[in-house]
Design a protein around this ligand. Structure first.
Ligand code: PMP
Length: 420
């Protein structure tokens, strides 16, 4: 039994309401948007649009208030203070911002306090074997630029991180530990406290990729005690091209900027510039204003339902989906640990059927899933595969969506003539 009436919720999402019979199980790629988000963005553009933080006119002042209120609302959603939230164009942009900022610290650019972040050859950056490419390639590039060494925490066969391995890898040379709160392929909630403790002992900076947790679990970033964290608006009912970078006050204070230009400075001469404090120091150029206002509407919508209720509802969906998949012959789930805390996301292989064929078969039955490597090639390689099928639910999915999906999955192998 679930605590939310997902069928009623679907009426709030115009795309779901207008696609009768669609079973949308691709929310880990991007979520659907409630009317409230669309209205907020359109409302801003039609009645309040003006350049923020500039201009002497009334409309500009009103737009600035709305923009900064959106920051307060979205920061509040992750229990942060407004000045701890930097707008980005998404999680990828946030992670690159951090990696390039650290690279600038390594070059001796930026605030004097940034010297504490400078990387030297032989320093170590630690990620996990489960990363989305967005939390891997920026670190590869940073290592290449600075001579730092990139290491990874292994994942066990059951999808949980190898914490003994982590304890061996994280040590005196570690400067950064970057990891996902929830992997976009495994769906398991990682042990943030244990990893943060290891990183703290080593004096390393922690960077959390919260893309796949922010829409699904109550998130208190200061309580998780990470130094930096990113999330992505379009995965949490919000618009595209908006995301958040959260940072502890002292960390953001000391980080040098990545992008430079207008809106992030105090005094500029032809030779040099002084930078504003965070968050503005990291917000060069014109910001995604209407998108920020849309994202504020998205988190108000989520908070209106209550993240505890969302989590409880999705946990029930997850259990139904996993239990059902376990019963279907020829299905191999990635990271099928018993008793793990999870979000409603299952990735699997269908014995004898390519993931793309399985995806097309499901699509023909009105079921939208994602197939491929899901931007996590090293993880798929670790599990001996190149592609998987991923079904991911959100608050607007119902138990009957899951049942329709399971029913269709159970017909895949016989359709392709591989069931014995
Ligand atoms: N990290 C994870 C875990 C993700 O699932 C995604 C989106 N697939 C990203 C990072 C990147 O997010 P975006 O494309 O919105 O920048």
């Amino acid at each position: 039994s679930t605590t939310l009436d997902a069928t009623a919720l679907k009426a709030d999402f115009p795309l779901l309401a207008s696609h009768d019979g669609l079973v949308y199980l691709d929310s880990a790629a991007t979520s659907q948007k409630p009317q409230a988000v669309i209205d907020a963005e359109v409302g801003f553009l039609t009645s309040a649009n003006a350049a923020v933080h500039r201009g002497a006119h009334t409309l500009a002042a009103e737009a600035t208030v709305l923009f900064e209120e959106a920051r307060e609302t979205v920061a509040g959603f992750v229990r942060a203070a407004p000045e701890q939230l930097v707008w980005t164009s998404g999680a990828t942009a946030g992670l690159n911002l951090v990696a390039y900022s650290l690279g600038n610290a390594s070059l001796g650019r930026g605030a004097p306090a940034s010297a504490r972040f400078a990387l030297r050859p032989g320093d170590e950056l630690v990620v996990t074997e489960t990363e989305h490419h967005a939390n891997l390639i920026p670190w590869q590039e940073l290592a290449a630029r600075t001579g730092a060494v990139l290491r990874h925490i292994p994942v066990r066969d059951d999808g949980t991180l190898d914490l003994d391995g982590a304890a061996e890898i994280i040590g005196a040379r570690t400067r950064v530990v970057a990891f996902p709160h929830v992997s976009n392929v495994l769906g398991i909630v990682n042990p943030v406290a244990a990893l943060v403790a290891l990183a703290r002992d080593a004096g390393a900076l922690t960077v959390l990729d919260a893309c796949q947790s922010a829409p699904h679990v109550p998130l208190d970033l200061p309580a998780l005690d990470v130094d930096l964290a990113v999330f992505s608006g379009h995965k949490m009912l919000g618009p595209y091209a908006i995301g958040g970078l959260y940072g502890r006050g002292d960390v953001l204070e000391a980080l040098p900027p990545f992008l430079t230009g207008g809106s992030m400075i105090t005094t500029v001469t032809l030779d040099e510039a002084e930078y504003l404090p965070p968050p503005q120091r990291f917000e060069a150029g014109t910001q995604p204003v209407s998108q920020a206002i849309g994202l504020a509407a998205a988190v108000r919508y989520l908070d209106g339902i209550g993240m505890d209720a969302v989590h409880a509802h999705e946990t029930a969906l997850e259990q139904r989906m996993r239990a059902g998949l376990r019963e279907i012959p020829g299905i191999r789930l990635l990271g099928d640990a018993d008793g793990a805390e999870r979000v409603a996301l299952c990735a699997f292989e269908v014995d004898g059927v390519h993931a793309h064929d399985a995806g097309q078969f499901l699509d023909a039955r009105g079921i939208a899933v994602r197939v491929g490597h899901h931007c996590a090639q090293p993880l798929h390689r670790r599990f001996g595969m190149t592609a998987s099928v991923r079904a991911s639910a959100a608050l607007y999915n119902s138990a009957s969506d899951v049942d329709a999906f399971l029913d269709a999955v159970s017909g895949i192998r016989s359709f392709f003539g591989v069931a014995r």
